[in-house]
Design a protein around this ligand. Structure first.
Ligand code: A3P
Length: 320
């Protein structure tokens, strides 16, 4: 099996080497594939799952562009789902494991090995754009929950994340201005950002019962309403007794930035240990605020990205 996987990886690498490439934001090139940019290890995984992945009919995909609230959404969906279907001890694994270790990533964890998951928990995460998802997912009845965020905050969050990652390897990060220029040109892992958002937005309009479209900002403003919406969408609504017993609030508190970022595992642990992409969990928790971009970008940079987003989203009915 392992020899077979090595051969497949080699083949994907050969195919990838024929794709257009651009300088990425963190030291290596991104490849252009089916209209989006990818870091090599994610592209390899994407090609593998496009070819081989088969979802369970009950699977629920948690989709996002990086740095838009993935960790939070994974924690919430995991906590909501496990509270009703499984014993409390599973839910509390959020206290011992980083959310990324609770919900596997399609284009990495499952691409490496489809059995890298607990089949009793039908949650799978992905950063893959809607149009590039494996056909087996698109044609299935699987539900998808998508989260996105103001592009300026997403960019600032991304820059800090990559800078921390680079510095942890003693590599000088790309200056913010240079990274911003690339981002405005659509260059980011899984970007262009606007095309990622638009793909899921349009799909959510076409299949509203299948795709739930959320924003980080809305979820911050009324987390309780969103927790209930998530539960309903996942088919595990809170009962009246649960609501009256404070279950919604309990889950929100457990998944809050304050709670998660202060857990020992998230302060000092790493996830995907023993893989080339092992990362400090703390890098996924920075500020967790809306509008922090203004502390890092000039008003002119902000206006430029707003203008790009407005033009790209024009006519779609979506305002971010
Ligand atoms: P900031 O860098 O703006 O603080 P992702 O999970 O998609 O990688 O996104 C990371 C962003 O979500 C970071 O934003 C991070 O601080 C924020 N975040 C992480 N956990 C969160 C939580 N439980 N609640 C709210 N925001 C959270």
């Amino acid at each position: 099996d392992s020899a077979e996987r090595k051969n497949e990886a080699k083949n994907y690498n050969e195919v990838m080497s024929t794709f257009p490439r651009v300088k990425g934001l963190n030291g290596y090139d991104y490849y252009l594939y089916q209209g989006f940019f990818y870091a090599p290890f994610f592209l390899e995984g994407l090609m593998a799952v496009q070819e081989c992945f088969n979802p369970q009919s009950t699977d629920i995909f948690v989709a996002s562009c990086p740095k838009t609230g993935t960790t939070w959404l994974k924690a919430l969906t995991f906590a909501i789902f496990t509270r009703s279907r499984l014993s409390g001890s599973t839910t509390s694994s959020l206290l011992a494991k980083m959310p990324h270790d609770c919900v596997p990533l399609l284009e990495y964890d499952l691409a490496q090995n489809p059995s890298n998951r607990d089949l009793a928990i039908p949650l799978v995460s992905t950063h893959v754009p809607y149009s590039c998802l494996p056909k087996s997912i698109i044609s299935s009845s699987c539900k998808i929950i998508y989260i996105c965020r103001d592009a300026k905050d997403a960019f600032v969050s991304l820059w800090y994340f990559l800078a921390r990652l680079q510095m942890s390897k003693n590599v000088e990060p790309l200056p913010l201005e240079e990274a911003f220029e690339l981002f405005c040109n659509g260059i980011a892992n899984f970007g262009p950002y606007w095309d990622h958002v638009l793909g899921y937005w349009r799909a959510s309009l076409e299949f509203p019962e299948k795709i739930l479209f959320l924003t980080y900002e809305e979820m911050k403003k009324d987390t309780a309403a969103h927790a209930k919406k998530l539960a309903e969408f996942m088919g595990c609504s809170f009962t009246l007794e649960e609501e009256e017993g404070g279950e919604v609030q309990k889950i929100i508190s457990m998944c809050s930035f304050e709670k998660l970022s202060n857990l020992e595992v998230n302060k000092n642990g790493k996830h995907r240990l023993d893989t080339p992409i092992a990362i400090q969990n703390s890098f996924y928790f920075r500020k967790g605020e809306i509008g922090d971009w203004a502390n890092h970008l000039t008003p002119e940079m902000g206006a430029r990205l707003d203008d790009i987003m407005e033009r790209k989203l024009k006519g779609s009915g979506l305002k971010l």
